[in-house]
Design a protein around this ligand. Structure first.
Ligand SMILES: Nc1ncnc2c1ncn2[C@@H]1O[C@H](COP(=O)(O)OP(=O)(O)OP(=O)(O)O)[C@@H](O)[C@H]1O
Length: 716
């Protein structure tokens, strides 16, 4: 079905655009860089088919585009459409990405290619960070952000084209977005309708309402005519048939040709320890291969930090002249300025080794990468709808992911990808990743769909239906949290307030609840600190010192209060140093963290999240007050918020989670590991050989019946 598009080269199409504005004023320095960029653009495989692609988009309302990694889909197609006047009448071309880092870096690149300032004609918008203006015509954003925009602008009326990029990732937001786009398309093609501020009925009984506030940082438009919406679905590795069928036999085209060759190398035998094998490969590349940076895919922050330490240790064993390796980590919970460090130029004479999670797997171009090391594993969400428990598990990648990973090399020249498993294992991998919607808790998505006016969630036209049990469980959870009424409608005001906060419903509920318990100050810190990985850092060689440091912050009743103590200690430490500039503050805080065995990256991220959520709850008008010394009040609030995560001690010292009936153990890192109180709430379940719970607070069982009677007076 996919149509080859490897048409005859058409140099005329590739002449530098005349319609793109330029800001460079013609200075010689920037001119040469621009010339280089123009040359690069012309040499991309996609450049040969610009005209034909534009024609395809004109002819078809929905188009599926499959093209090799690095062929130029993400950066070029929006520019082609802009040049072809798809932005007439001030309309915007929206491009969604599954990840924030891709939205930011690709928009920067495209702004540079167009010779415009980022945030003007080309911009990005991600949660808590909007770099767009009234001038923006090409807008990169996360798929989740576009969903939030739909709450305010149900026709997506500002867009002439929406490009859903990296659709193969099948994030839960991409899947919901596809259903939404189908409906918006139908409604917009029916007639020249006018978008105003009233409720609007679209498609199959989906009512979009506009009661919710602006939580995505975008600007609302006034009433205006909306024309048919063009939808483009793109990836290097998707099954075009599935998407084509979903969009009623939509046209699919293939862009042939890749820019540079990536040689794929496999191991002869399966590797018993993929971390060790990754280390060996990194050093083999460093010592034996030509210059070029290395990108290594690992599964999470802890793994990345331990590999980073091991690299440093092994480097010390090398002769001085061979120690020229710079390690740079990137993972999703790293603050964005730190994530951007991977894109900075490698200092001369050094080899950069980037240690990344799958955050760097799609869309991004990291300059200098010549080698990719792929152990073949990824941390993925998994959901048990019967028990209502979501956990993260390490699983083998799919073929599509392996292809994307190798595609991060070969973007500026030929590259090599070292897969740390035999070729026979590759053949056994799943073709594509299981859609996230089939393996995650759906509470968040259902809350958003309800806020969009989709009352019958089971009847929603998903590209692939999530398991019915997951929908039912999530509806039940939302009802128990008070977000839904008995007839499954969004409740007033709680459900509406919860939908406004860009957080998991359980955390949104905790914040709203806390404003009633007069401990929102404390809960804001809690939610921020729970949103990052491992605040405490305990190196094996300094375990005793680390434990002593942790004791200095600890509360006998609660990991949550312990986290609050850390956050406040850091704030107090900084406050004492008034008058010192921000850059210096960060340095001093880093030193303080080191002395106190706190992970400074995690703490910085938590401080950042705290600032952002505080802004949100402030906008919502919630009362931000503190319970002061009364931590009993705060613990009661935790019980009222996280009653679905309560557990009771069993005679032999393990715990029974009350909602799921699962037997779990307190994780050794918890303050309450030895104390083993009778009744607790927890925030995290980690599955290794045992089922461990983390982030724990002691509560009184009677609080549950008092504060969550809707659940605890029911027969269990
Ligand atoms: N930030 C950047 N710096 C340097 N070159 C870049 C940058 N971004 C893109 N490029 C160049 O543009 C090419 C096309 O990138 P683009 O992201 O458009 O490809 P793509 O087809 O969307 O790839 P993928 O499927 O991997 O997302 C890259 O191969 C690279 O040569």
């Amino acid at each position: 079905m996919a149509q080859g598009l490897n048409g005859e080269p058409n140099p005329a199409n590739r002449a530098p655009s005349t319609s793109l504005p330029s800001t460079d004023g013609g200075s010689t320095g920037s001119l040469s860089r621009r010339q280089l960029i123009a040359q690069r653009r012309k040499s991309l495989p996609i450049a040969d088919v610009e005209k034909r692609l534009v024609e395809e988009v004109r002819k078809h309302d929905t188009l599926i585009i499959v093209g090799e990694t690095g062929s130029g889909k993400t950066t070029q197609i929006p520019q082609y459409l802009w040049n072809a006047e798809f932005c007439h009448d001030g309309k915007t071309i929206g491009v969604t990405q599954p990840r924030r880092v891709a939205a930011v870096t690709v928009s920067k690149r495209v702004a540079e290619e167009c010779g415009v300032e980022l945030g003007k004609q080309v911009g990005y918008s991600i949660r808590f960070d909007d770099m767009t203006s009234g001038l923006t015509r090409i807008k990169y954003m996360t798929d989740g952000l576009l969903l939030r925009e739909a709450l305010l602008d149900p026709y997506l009326s500002r867009y002439s084209v929406i490009i859903v990029d990296e659709a193969h990732e099948r994030t839960v937001h991409t899947d919901v977005l596809l259903g939404l786009l189908k409906d918006v398309q139908k409604a917009r093609s029916k007639s020249n309708c006018t978008a105003d501020n009233s409720n609007i009925q679209l498609g199959n009984g989906i009512i979009f309402n506009k009661e919710l506030g602006n939580s995505g940082g975008f600007k609302q438009q006034n009433s205006q005519k909306v024309l048919p919406l063009k939808v483009i679905i793109m990836s290097a590795s998707l099954d075009a048939r599935v998407f084509s069928d979903y969009f009623g036999g939509a046209r699919a085209v293939h862009i042939q040709g890749r820019q540079f060759l990536v040689e794929i190398l496999y191991t002869l035998h399966p590797q018993p320890d993929y971390l060790d094998s990754a280390l060996i490969t990194i050093f083999q590349i460093h010592l034996e291969e030509a210059p070029g940076d290395v990108l290594v895919f690992l599964t999470g922050q802890e793994e990345i930090e331990s590999v980073e330490r091991l690299i440093q240790e092994r480097l010390r064993e090398l002769p001085e002249g061979k120690r020229n390796v710079l390690t740079v980590p990137i993972f999703s919970s790293l603050p964005s300025e730190q994530q951007m460090r991977v894109f900075a130029a490698t200092p001369p004479g050094f080899r950069k080794v980037i240690l990344a999670t799958n955050i760097a797997e799609t869309s991004v171009t990291i300059p200098g990468i010549k080698y990719v090391v792929d152990p073949g594993f990824v941390k993925a969400r998994s959901y048990d709808p019967v028990k209502g428990i979501e956990s993260l598990i390490v699983i083998p990648t799919s073929k599509a992911q392996a292809l994307q990973r190798s595609g991060r090399a070969g973007r500026e020249g030929p590259g090599k990808c070292f897969r740390l498993y035999p070729e026979s294992e590759f053949e056994k991998l799943e073709a594509s990743t299981m859609p996230e919607i089939k393996r995650c808790n759906l509470s968040n998505v259902i809350l958003q769909l309800k806020a969009l006016g989709v009352d019958d969630v089971t009847g929603f036209d998903f590209i692939e239906k999530p398991p019915r049990a997951s929908i039912v469980k999530s509806l039940e959870q939302l009802f128990l949290l008070g977000a839904l009424t008995e007839d499954c409608k969004l409740s007033h005001p709680l459900g509406h307030q919860m939908a406004r906060l860009p957080l998991d419903p359980i955390y949104s509920k905790a914040l709203i609840q806390a404003s009633q318990f007069n401990c929102l100050v404390e809960m804001l810190i809690t939610v921020a600190m729970l949103s990052v990985e491992s605040i405490f850092y305990a190196p094996a060689e300094k375990l005793d010192e680390a434990r002593t440091a942790m004791k200095g912050f600890s509360s006998p009743d609660s990991d949550h209060i312990t986290l609050i103590n850390v956050f406040r200690a850091a704030e107090e430490f900084l406050e004492k140093r008034t008058g010192i500039n921000k850059g210096k503050d960060e340095k001093i805080l880093k030193k303080w963290c080191k002395e106190n065995f706190i992970n400074s990256r995690s703490l910085r991220h938590a401080r950042d999240i705290h600032r952002q959520i505080k802004g949100h709850v402030g906008q919502m008008g919630l009362q931000i007050s503190s319970c002061g010394e009364d931590m009993l009040q705060y613990r009661r609030c935790l019980a009222a918020s996280f009653f679905l995560n309560a557990a009771l001690r069993q005679p032999e010292g393990s715990y029974r989670a009350l909602a799921s009936g699962q037997v779990v153990q307190i994780h050794p890192s918890s303050i309450l590991f030895r104390a083993k109180p009778d009744c607790i709430i927890f925030n995290e379940l980690v599955q290794t050989n045992n089922k461990y719970i983390r982030s724990i607070t002691r509560i009184d069982y009677l609080w549950l019946t008092e504060l969550a009677p809707q659940y605890y007076t029911m027969e269990k």
